[in-house]
Design a protein around this ligand. Structure first.
Ligand SMILES: Cc1cc2nc3c(=O)[nH]c(=O)nc-3n(C[C@H](O)[C@H](O)[C@H](O)COP(=O)(O)OP(=O)(O)OC[C@H]3O[C@@H](n4cnc5c(N)ncnc54)[C@H](O)[C@@H]3O)c2cc1C
Ligand code: FES
Length: 302
């Protein structure tokens, strides 16, 4: 018998059905896909982060490459290894994949030394994705902290390109300081063309900063949220999920309508190496996108 959950408008069983279906499709379609790609453009964003545009070399593969917002690819730097990176571009940009990469260690360090024209391998796309179809007709809260804006750009572009399908869209973005805010050159376009209500906040203001100061949760107090008509996507450091999702929960948003992207160390990206497990859950197959209800039921997920 289906147990109806407190203040949720669908049952636990029902809420699980869609993601499971997503996973199966993902596993079947994309497990064996590997491509050679060329770096066609590099945009320096900060000292530590760069945006890479990659073009799949084979024209046929390039045409066939599709992904859903929230999925990731494994980037192979020959001789050094592979790293999972979220796709940060529009799902409609055929065969051109944008990745925002922070210099974190060996492989990402080598990538930061690579120039335009360098070749890398790509595998994927892998993983679960944000339910863009389900969100249609609703308000959407996109909430990012720091590098979390990278995985958030794909759903953002998906919404902007299908703007009439969505109701009010707020983007809340927080960073340590202004110099760490990524994609500043695109904010005006997101606001004007995308009709996205953008709210920015920094923890440590520069003398020239005139905007909000504090933690990202402070921005939630500045907007009106209709809990019955709203979905939220939250990307950033795991510590942020708890504060943001708990506050959203207090404001009445059901946990199954909040989506987060969890990062774990990954090796194969396809459920074979057991590097990414949280208990019996594979982050690479069953995630990285989870609804917050599921996250709350995964021991030590955040
Ligand atoms: C699904 C997914 C999506 C990701 N998307 C992005 C993205 O869009 N942009 C981006 O810059 N990074 C992203 N990452 C993180 C990225 O994969 C790691 O920074 C990268 O694997 C580090 O590899 P490295 O060889 O450069 O560093 P290493 O030499 O392997 O490690 C350097 C340091 O980074 C830590 N580290 C390694 N992997 C992770 C991880 N997964 N999470 C947290 N810390 C880690 C190590 O513990 C070590 O302290 C993502 C990770 C996952 C799982
Ligand atoms: S990364 Fe190998 S099982 Fe998930």
């Amino acid at each position: 018998m289906k147990a109806h959950l407190h203040h949720f408008d669908i049952t636990r069983e029902e809420s699980m059905l869609l993601p499971v279906e997503f996973h199966r499709k993902t596993r079947l379609q994309h497990v064996d896909k590997a491509f050679k790609a060329e770096i066609t453009r590099i945009v320096p964003l900060t000292d530590m982060e760069r945006l890479y545009q990659l073009r799949i070399l084979d024209p046929g593969e390039r045409e066939r490459f599709t992904f859903f917002p929230g999925q990731f690819v494994m980037v192979d730097v020959p001789g050094f290894g592979e790293v999972p990176i979220s796709i940060s571009s529009s799902p409609s940009s055929k065969g051109l994949v944008e990745l925002c990469i922070r210099k974190a260690g060996l492989v990402t360090g080598v990538l930061h030394k690579a120039g335009q024209g360098a070749r890398v391998g790509l595998r994927g796309p892998f993983g679960t994705f944000f339910p863009m179809e389900q969100m249609k007709g609703k308000n959407v809260l996109l909430i990012a902290g720091g590098l979390g804006i990278a995985p958030l750009r794909a759903p953002l572009y998906s919404i902007i390109e299908n703007r009439p399908d969505y109701n009010t869209v707020h983007l809340l973005y927080g960073a340590r300081d202004q110099s760490q805010m990524l994609f500043g050159y695109q904010y005006e376009q997101w606001r004007r063309v995308g009709d996205v209500k953008l709210h920015l906040i920094v923890e440590t203001p520069d003398p020239c900063w005139t905007g909000e100061v504090g933690r990202i949760t402070a921005l939630l107090e500045k907007i009106r949220i209709d809990p019955d008509e709203t979905y939220a996507i939250v990307c950033g450091p795991p510590v942020m999920f708890k504060f943001v999702c708990n506050r959203l929960s207090e404001l009445g948003l059901p946990m199954h309508r909040m989506f987060v992207s969890l990062e774990r160390r990954m090796h194969c990206g396809m459920g074979k190496c057991c590097r990414c497990n949280i208990g019996s859950t594979y982050t690479c197959l069953d995630g990285p996108v989870f609804d917050y209800w599921t996250v709350m039921n995964l021991k030590e997920a955040i």
